[in-house]
Design a protein around this ligand. Sequence first.
Ligand code: KG4
Ligand code: ZN
Length: 344
Amino acid sequence: MTLLAFETSCDETSVAVIRDGAVLANVVSSQISLHAEYGGVVPELAAREHLRNLTPVTRAALREAGVTAADVDAVAATRGPGLPTALVMGLKAAQAFAFATGKPFLGVHHHAAHLFSPWMAGPPLRADWGAFQPNVSLIVSGGHTMLVHVESELRHRVLGATLDDAAGECFDKTGKLLGLPYPAGPVIDRLAAEGNPAAHDFPRPLRNDPNHDFSFSGLKTSVRYFVRDHPEVAADGAPLRDLCASVQAAIVDVLVTKTLRAARQMGVRCVTASGGVTCNRALRAQLAAACQKQHLTLRLAVPALCTDNAAMVGLLAERQLTLGVAPTDLDAEIAPNWSLGDAA
Ligand code: KG4
Ligand code: ZN
């Protein structure tokens, strides 16, 4: 089966071609620089940019995969959750393609797709289904922070999620306070690598709570007050590096502690992680160390697939169609608030 997949839930326009578990093409056009001057994603701008990008990105994906529109057997797109004005672009493009070619269409859940990205290995990239095992998965990005119990490839249950800000948002807002460019996560990661994580003791919200929820807005506020009261700690050089390392240490500590506790409680032998913040080197290293200590298998999405991409959407859709999930109606609308618990 050759499947064409679209992803436009936020600020990446991505189109992928999947064939029998292999990723033939995964073209991602990021809008980060477009939104940088606003310090966050502007929905209306994102929508217009998706509209502009969809045709060239689709052409590039088909060319890279060496297939034509006539070779496509099925079409998929992210249906939700995400920014409504952004989601609608990819969904309608996919439905139009399916209508014109008479092929089946599948609307997929964005987070269910994220759960698949740690199971892609390569190069050349392909799904490593043989290695699949039940796991606890951390999805952590600028918009989401959640823990999911993945019982089988298509059966999952949300254990907990952030009650306020996502971890990526905490990185980005801390960066804004410190005058760093957007998105600040990668910048803080770089500065923190040369700083002392024990220089300042920031709160670890809900770290020791028995539930699986997160909260990062209090941490962000305590950084704001700390910088206001000690402006010298944000000065360029060693003070800034120490501050970044200390904030990062608090975020990573909470994420790692709660992920490992959830894995223990669910009795799984495997932990996975995906989403933009999974690019963070301290998070990757500390998850690896903690899993090794507890003899758990760790599967992290490769950095290029941590952020939004259509390959994960296509692989999920292919798996769903193979396992008998019914195609989605061509008139189906976007589902911006779709909860993972309701997803197929
Ligand atoms: O998955 P993603 O591209 O988009 C969504 O938010 O859906 O994630 C982007 C987020 C941003 O908040 C960015 O600052 C963060 O991921 N991020 C990082 C790193 N790379 C990206 N955060 C910490 N360390 C990184 N290396
Ligand atoms: Zn995402």
